[in-house]
Design a protein around this ligand. Structure first.
Ligand SMILES: [Zn+2]
Length: 298
């Protein structure tokens, strides 16, 4: 073990002590897996625990369920039902297997995966990152992750803030970047709900309080997300990249290239397996949806 790895190991021990002093012990000593290449799928990743990936799939289901209908309404001016959004989501997932796209299996076993970026940040920040990851492990062991999926980065982020003796100042609505909304935006709501309590860590593990926090997060996230999707329509540069990625994932889309008409769009959704959606939109005005495809380069 080199000095860097020794320091990381020591950090982990300090974090476990820290949580243990507040009444939270893991039943095992987590194994660190030091990976010597960047995490390809999400290159900005510093460290990860497995359950962050395992829940990716559920997370996308939940997002589609919660936000799909409003996004189609606001962005494409189309009325679609929750049912057809679910069908579309299933169809998309048949084409893109998120869990096989993003996996940690190639790196061997471990509880916390550390990527090279970790060693590029300060030692203080390294230790804070571990406090975040270990909190995920504690939540998993306590069995509170499954019902409050959307705030799990918020609670881990707030556990990290507490460890650092820092506070969040920005509200969710003031944050631009989607990932930061999930982390810091949710973290700020968690902070507002638990920081005044005697043991904020314990409060974060209370299922009732968690579902309250999750509810508020969803309520506030909805309008922000819709606004973001609308704004994306103005960013041609981003949309171009998005189109290229979409064609790679859904080869059927390239048929639209030379043939951008109502019928071909309906055909695309049918071929994809989103029949209900195609049926629901076929008699509506598709001009906004066509504009969208045109905008992204079709
Ligand atoms: Zn995390």
């Amino acid at each position: 073990m080199n000095n860097k790895d020794k320091f990381t190991q020591k950090s982990l021990e300090r974090i476990l002590d820290f949580y243990s002093n507040r009444g939270f012990n893991l039943n095992y000593f987590p194994k660190l897996k030091l990976v010597d290449e960047d995490f390809k799928e999400l290159p900005y990743t510093i460290a990860l625990v497995k359950n962050e990936i395992e829940t990716f799939d559920k997370f996308s289901d939940l997002s589609a369920k919660l936000f799909g209908v409003s996004i189609w309404k606001e962005a494409y001016h189309l009325n679609v039902s929750e049912d057809s959004i679910n069908e579309l989501n299933t169809a998309i997932k048949k084409n893109v297997n998120l869990n096989s796209l993003i996996t940690l299996d190639n790196y061997g076993g471990g509880d916390i995966f550390i990527f090279p970026l970790y060693y590029k940040i300060s030692e203080t920040h390294q230790e804070a990152t571990l406090a975040h990851e270990v909190w995920h492990l504690i939540e998993k062991e306590k069995g509170v992750l499954s019902d409050s999926l959307l705030i799990r980065e918020g609670t881990a982020e707030y556990a990290e803030k507490l460890f650092m003796n820092e506070r969040f100042v920005r509200e969710l609505e003031e944050i631009e970047e989607f990932r930061e909304i999930l982390y810091q935006g949710a973290g700020k709501i968690v902070q507002d709900k638990v920081s005044h309590l005697q043991n904020p860590y314990e409060a974060m593990l209370d299922p009732k309080l968690r579902s309250k926090i999750e509810e508020e997060f969803i309520e506030r996230l909805k309008p922000v997300l819709v606004k973001k999707v609308k704004k994306t329509f103005e960013d041609k540069n981003y949309l171009g990249k998005f189109a290229a990625m979409s064609i790679k994932i859904f080869p059927g889309l390239s048929d639209l290239k030379s043939n951008l008409r109502k019928e071909s769009i309906l055909d695309f959704y049918k071929k994809l397996g989103a029949n209900k959606l195609a049926e629901e939109i076929k008699d509506q005005d598709l001009s906004h949806l066509i504009d969208y495809y045109r905008l992204i380069g079709f």
